[in-house]
Every structure is written in C-alpha cells, then in structure tokens.
Write a new protein. Structure first.
Ligand code: 26V
Length: 818
C-alpha cells in the first residue's frame, strides 16, 4: 500500500518544483502572477513543499496503525515550532532545487522565507524543547504525536517604545496557515464544571458519574513534522475549542439565540490565547480549563487510536507512552483514571497500575513560584470529579506512606498532593510524580537538585523512578538551517553525516583546530554572520554596530534569575572606566540583548528599560561608543534567533547557580562557535565538561555556595560598601546618568539588588567582571580564540536532541528507534 502511494508522489526536480509552485499559485492562491505579493508566493511555495510531505504522511499514518509499535504521545501546553518552510525544505533535502526553481521564477527565496509568520505557541525554552524533540523523534523514526493547543494568539509580539516593552497581540493566523490540515471529523466533547453523583451499577457496585455544567468540543488541527531526509512524518495535533452543536439546539428550543451565541463565544475562548509565564493570578480559571481541554481531547484520541489498532485497554501501556512536558498536562493522570474507572468500569487498582505505566513526567523548574498549584475551590469548580479522584489517589498513597514511615506526620504533610498549610492547593508536581513510572530532570545538576530538594521524599520512596535526561537541540534547524556557512564549512571537512550523527561525527573537527587555513575560514564565516546581523539591525532599527567588535550576546526570557542586570552592571563598569579614561585592556564590544518579559513582571520590564537607557546614553557619547555599544533586539523569537546565535562570539549564561534547570540557548550558541561565559548551573556544567575548562569562561558561586550564603544571611549592602568599583556602578544608575537625571526610575531595581535579592547579583559581581576581563584578553589572541571556538563546536555532539530522545527511548519509554 505505502509503496503504491509513493508512485503518485510529486517529483523533486527543479522543473517539477517550478511547475508545482505555479500550479498552486493558480489553483490555491487564485491570482495571476503579475498581481502577486511576496506573501502570495510564500503560500504557493509552502503548498508545494507541503505536498511533498503528504505522501510520506500517509505511509507514516500506516505506521501509527501498526499495533506492534509503541507510540509516544508528547503532551505539552507549548510547541514553539518556529517557521516551517525553511525547516521543511532542509529536512526534505530539496534546498538546491527550490533555490533554482525560485530563481527561474524570478522570486527571491530569502524574501519568501521571511514572509512566514512564526507560530509562537510557547513562552521559551520549554516550548522550543518540545519542537526540537518532535524533529528528533521523527528523524529517529519513532512514531510520535505531539499533542497541544492551537492557540489563536501565541506569545505576544514585543515592541520597544521609549525603552519600555510594549506587548502587541500575535495574530499569527491572520494570513492563513498553509501547514495545518483541519480534521473536522476528529473532534471530542470535553466536559467542564457541574457536580458529581453517586449511583449503584447493575452489579450492585458504587459508581460515580459527572454531571457537567457545560460541554465544549475540541477539533484536531494537524501539522506534519518531517524527519531529516528519511521519508518519515510525525504529527503535531493541536486542539481548537468550539461550541458543541447542542448549543444551537438549545437556542432553537428556548428561543434564546443570543444566549446560545454567548455560550459559543465562551467555548471558543478556551483555546484563544497562550498565557505568558506570569506571576499574576489573572486567568487562572481559563488556564486550568485549557490544560484539561487539551489533555481530555488527547486521551480520547489515543483511546480511539488504540481501538483502531485492534487493541484493548489492557494493552494501553505497551501501545502508548505519554510524556508530560512539565506539570501543565498532569491532569491527564486523573483524567485517565476517570475514563478507566467511571466510563470503562475498570477496577481502581488495575486502572492505577495502567495509568502509572503509561505516564512519565519531566520537571523543568525548581523555582517555587513556578511550581504549579491550583486553589482547591477553583479546582472543585472546574473539575469536581477529578478532585474526588485526586483525593482517592492521595488517600491511598498517603496510607502507603503511613505504613512505611509510621508516625512521620511531617512527611505525610510534605508529600500530600494537597497542600494544607493555610489555603488549600492541589500540588500538580506531586500528582505528576505519584502518577508516573518515571520522573526526570533536564540536566545532571537539575536532576540532582530535584532528588535532594524539591522531590526528595519521593526520591527516597522510589529512587529507581528518577532519571536524568539532559536537554538537547536539533542540529538541523540550529546549525544547518540557521548557519549555512558554518554547516558547509564543517561538511567540507568531515562530510555530512554530522547532521544526524552529531555525537559521533562532530568530534572529527578537532583535528582541524590548529590548521591555520581552516581557522581563517572559520573566522571568515563568523565575520560574515556578524556583518549580516549588523546589516539587519541597521536596516530594521537604524542601529549602528561594528562587526569587528566582540559580539557579546544574551538572548532569553527576561527574568531576575537569568540576571540580565548582572550583564548590565558589567557594561556600566566599562562605561565608568572609559569615562575615567582607564581604557587599558578594554576590547571593543557590542552587547546584544533580546528577550520578552512577562507582561505583569514589573522588575523584568524595568531591566529592559535599563538596558535600553544604557544603550541610548552610550549612542550619544562618542567617547564611549568608540569602545562599546549596547543594543536590544526587539521581539526575540525563533525567527529572529536565526540571525543571532550564528553571529555570537560570546554567549552569556549567567543565571544564579541552581536556578536554570538546563538552558538550551547555551547549546545553540556553543554549537555555532560562541564561547560561553557562565555560572556553574544547569547544562552549562555539562557543556564545560565536554568542551573543556580551558575553552569555557566559568565564574561565580556554585549551587552549594548559593545555598550556604542564603542560610548564613546574605548582606548585599556590605558587598556594595566593600567594593568601590561596584559602588560607583550602582551610584551611577542611582544618579540618573542613564535616565536624563531621573533618580527615581531605577530605584526598584537598586532596592532589589541591595535588599533581600534571592539571585545574589552583587555577590557574583566581582567574579563576573574579572572573568569578563579574561574574556577580553583571550579575544585579543585571534588564533587562540579561534581554536577554542572550533573545539567548542567539535565537542558539542552530546547536546543534539537526537541524543536526548535516544535517552528517553532507552530509559523511560522503552521504545526502539526505527
Ligand atoms: C515559569 C514561571 C511561572 C511563574 C513565574 C515565574 C516563572 C519562571 C519560570 C517558569 C518556567 C517554568 C518551566 C520552564 O519553562 N522551564 C525551562 O525549561 C527549559 C527546557 O527544559 C529549560 O532549558 C530551562 O532552563 C527552564 O527554565
């Protein structure tokens, strides 16, 4: 069957591609080429490329129906896929032909690619990780479905006005989305609210049914995920919420047309907007509804597929494994129990065994404020039956704990799913841990801290359930697609296999680290990438930066724990030295920042303002800007990341030790030839172990030292008073030097640094400044720097997401890659 389908597939020759693009132009865009906009051409090219995935899609669906293959269901509230077209062209292996076809059609492929609006269905690292993992799952031929939400509005677009962040709604669907295929027939009802009712079944057993207040419907939107040159497609299946037909009937019955329309609007609200990582309480109800909505649709879909494969509920744990991407989908544990116990009448113990075998949980943060918990009244209001089930899970679990640790009431309190200190909450990380057969952290350090700290009691109970899977990123998008010059230079020397065998092959670059002509070629690539970025910033924002200066880059979400303000303090230190004419040892640098702040996170927004204020002050001061420049690249996202990572000399990974679970930007920079200045945190540690201490700029406290300082009392005011240089830096901000004399504006930031700052910024200040001095000196030795850069890339093989996925397959999913 599948081979028959292959025969009808479209060809990939230049002529065939050209014809196909013109065909789509005519039949799908519906215009004559003479009136075409660039976006029209983008649509035509996108349809042509998508068409080339469809034949493999159909044969890949066959694999999903193969009952002997275990399927991975990757449950994630976020998928930050980035633009599809460029990636699909690379993975289908048709970049040369498409380029030529475009040339012959007199259209510029780069301009076409720029047309694509990025689907920003994620906040940052967690959502992007899900996207890298789908790429690797497919490249490794593991049958997988990414399940999530088709948000109508993704992460907001960021503009900078007068140095402040302004949020703009992300209307990513406004021009249509050629990559998704709606499957109206794949739709499921999702209940919300209401109450529960006990009853006796025909065998005299006590049963419970859920009488919901309302029901909405989830409709599947499928996006093909192509593997790298392997004719394999996996599925990203996102759910859009709609009203059920019954509302229409209600309106008909009661004559309440407007009431029915109102209900319809409410139903559609569920998948309307992605929530930013916000500290605020707003939107809690909707967010919990979103989580349940996509989880419920996904589980119903998985059970439908199970039936399609001719399997029974007993087969579930061997047929599918659900990975919980953080706690956001962890309500799935209670939902599967509800389906099994209430709807399929499976007995509790059997249902629980099946559930635990089916789920695994990845934790992505240790920050207490980021650990999800839902207030009990809210939970009861939206998911009354699930709350009962959670109580039952909890009561059985705690009775086991009581048996094991008699009299240890404190342990019971600590491990309970319900937090009962003060107002009551449902702790989702506890539910996820108890309901999964495997729990993993995302870097070696993070997993250790999980075991020692946040999930310590659970680790003690079941040490064998804990695993580490260090994150990785896909070299297809992050090197081959976004750094084509470097990719061809590497391939020239070591062949092309590194693209799918990063761990074994990239290391072969090492032997060229001392080769002077190779070093020169390496520098040329970096210089061209920097020049490209300089042009782009000039063209889009009128910024002036010098490609001959050291590009020192920090791009990531803006958060105090990531410490963009520590970076800013170092810049002010240099500023101060330049103003005092102590310019000895200052290497010309361009500091580039990018990242979004959660809209309600005031201090993060103030940090953006400070960076822009410093940038503007320096722009207007020729004495300073002959040495340094500071720019803030607005609206940092995957698409803009394409120009940034490849242009970096230095990557800033300076989080407070113990706070950054892994980081993945650190990997993207290093595999594109940047050296890292970083703390002993997250995956930085493993990166340093791989590239070698001599090729990494390590500074600052480690996680144990951070903990010790906090225990003994942190006194930043003493640090400030005892360090004259630091004092001058802080006083400069305070004096209004960067705010046209305004001495109030940055007060909240200064107060946080000098107050009870949990991120110990001032404590690490001197170590950071000293380390930056070593960076400057190292950069001045061109050959030594280039060698370090080559060695960084050569030794980054471990950080391919292919390796991460193999780890999941082997240790957690027990799946063999195809
Ligand atoms: C959530 C929140 C919510 C409320 C306030 C502050 C806050 C701060 C952070 C978060 C993020 C939680 C989960 C997350 O995105 N973790 C990231 O996951 C990446 C992929 O594993 C990892 O590389 C990052 O280090 C980690 O921060």
């Amino acid at each position: 069957m599948s081979t028959d389908v292959m025969h009808i597939g479209p060809g990939n020759s230049v002529a065939e591609l050209k014809e196909s693009i013109l065909g789509h132009f005519c039949f799908d865009v519906g215009k004559s080429p003479e009136y075409a906009t660039l976006h029209d051409w983008y649509m035509a090219v996108a349809y042509s490329v998508r068409e080339r995935m469809m034949e493999h899609w159909v044969s890949s669906l066959e694999r999903i129906r193969d009952k002997h293959q275990k399927i991975v269901g990757y449950l994630s509230a976020e998928f930050l896929m980035g633009p599809h077209l460029g990636n699909a062209i690379i993975n289908l292996g048709i970049e040369q032909q498409i380029k030529e076809a475009a040339e012959q059609l007199n259209i510029n492929l780069d301009e076409i690619l720029q047309q694509e609006e990025e689907p920003g269905l994620g906040n940052g690292g967690l959502g992007r990780l899900a996207a890298c993992y789908l790429d690797s799952l497919t490249t490794l031929k593991v049958p997988a479905i990414g399940y999530g939400i088709r948000y109508e509005f993704g992460i907001f677009d960021q503009m900078i006005r007068d140095g402040w962040q302004v949020e703009i709604t992300d209307k990513w669907l406004r021009n249509g989305n050629p990559w998704e295929i709606v499957k109206p027939e794949l739709n499921y009802g999702v209940k919300l609210g209401g109450k529960t009712q006990g009853y006796t079944d025909e065998k005299g057993g006590y049963r419970v049914k859920w009488i919901p207040e309302y029901e909405i419907r989830g409709v599947a939107y499928d996006t093909p995920v192509p593997g790298y040159k392997n004719e394999t497609i996996n599925l990203l299946r996102l759910w859009k919420s709609e009203a059920t037909e019954s509302f229409d009937f209600q309106a008909f019955d009661k004559g309440d047309y407007y009431g029915a329309v109102h209900e319809k609007v409410f139903s559609e609200t569920i998948s309307k907007v992605l929530y930013p990582n916000d500290v605020s309480e707003a939107g809690k109800k909707l967010r919990l509804s979103q989580q349940y909505f996509f989880v419920s649709c996904s589980l119903q879909d998985a059970l439908r597929i199970l039936e399609l494969r001719g399997l029974s509920l007993d087969d579930l744990p061997d047929a599918v494994t659900f990975q919980l991407n953080d706690t956001h989908p962890s309500i799935a544990i209670a939902e599967l129990m509800r389906l099994l116990v209430d709807e399929y009448m499976v007995d509790w113990d059997k249902a629980w065994e099946c559930t635990r075998k089916t789920f695994a949980y990845t934790n992505h943060t240790l920050l207490p404020e980021a650990l999800e918990k839902w207030s009990l009244p809210l939970f009861a209001h939206i998911l009354p039956r699930h709350l009962e089930i959670i109580y039952e899970i909890n009561s059985r679990f705690l009775s086991d704990i009581r048996n094991k640790y008699p009299g240890d009431d404190d342990r019971i309190r600590r491990m309970s799913i319900i937090d009962e200190q003060g107002s009551k909450y449902v702790r989702m990380a506890h539910l996820a841990t108890i309901g999964s057969h495997a729990v993993n952290g995302v870097s070696a350090l993070h997993t250790e801290l999980l075991k020692q700290d946040v999930l310590h009691d659970f680790y003690e109970l079941q040490p064998d359930a804990f695993f580490n899977v260090t994150n990785g990123v896909t070299p297809r998008r992050w090197i081959k697609l976004y750094n084509p010059r470097l990719a061809s230079l590497i391939s020239d020397r070591i062949g092309e296999r590194w693209i799918t065998h990063l761990e074994t092959d990239l290391i072969n670059l090492q032997s060229f680290a001392d080769d002077l002509s190779f070093q020169q070629a390496w520098r040329d690539v970096k210089k061209q990438n920097k020049t490209d970025l300089a042009h782009l910033l000039k063209q889009r924002f009128g910024m002036n930066i010098n490609p001959d200066s050291l590009f020192d880059i920090q791009v990531k979400r803006i958060h105090e724990y990531k410490r963009q303000h520590l970076n800013a303090l170092h810049i002010i230190h240099l500023y101060n030295r330049i103003k005092q004419k102590r310019t000895d040892g200052i290497t010309p640098r361009t500091f580039i920042f990018g990242g979004k702040a959660a809209p309600a996170y005031y201090l993060a927004k103030l940090i953006i303002k400070l960076i822009n204020a410093i940038g503007e002050t320096i722009d207007n001061d020729p004495e300073v800007n002959q040495f340094i420049r500071v720019v803030f690249f607005p609206d940092f996202n995957v698409k803009n990341g394409a120009h940034v990572y490849k242009a970096a000399d230095l990557s800033e990974q300076i989080s407070t030790a113990g706070k950054e679970a892994s980081g993945t930007g650190n990997m993207k920079f290093s595999m594109n030839g940047a050296l890292t200045i970083g703390t002993y945190d997250g995956a930085n540690i493993e990166i340093m172990e791989c590239v070698g201490e001599d090729n990494f700029f390590l500074f600052g406290l480690d996680a144990a030292e951070v903990k010790a300082i906090k225990q003994n009392g942190y006194h930043p005011y003493d640090v400030y008073n005892n360090n004259n240089d630091l004092k001058e830096v802080i006083d400069l901000i305070q004096s209004g030097a960067f705010s046209k004399g305004d001495t109030n504006i940055f007060k909240p930031l200064i107060n946080s640094l000098l107050g009870d700052d949990p991120y110990l910024v001032l404590q690490d200040y001197q170590a950071y400044v000293d380390c930056q001095q070593r960076v400057s000196a190292a950069y001045n030795n061109e050959q030594a720097w280039t060698k370090m850069s080559i060695l960084n890339v050569a030794r980054m093989g471990k950080f391919s997401s292919d390796r991460s996925i193999r780890d999941y397959c082997e240790n957690i999913w027990h799946v063999t890659p195809g």
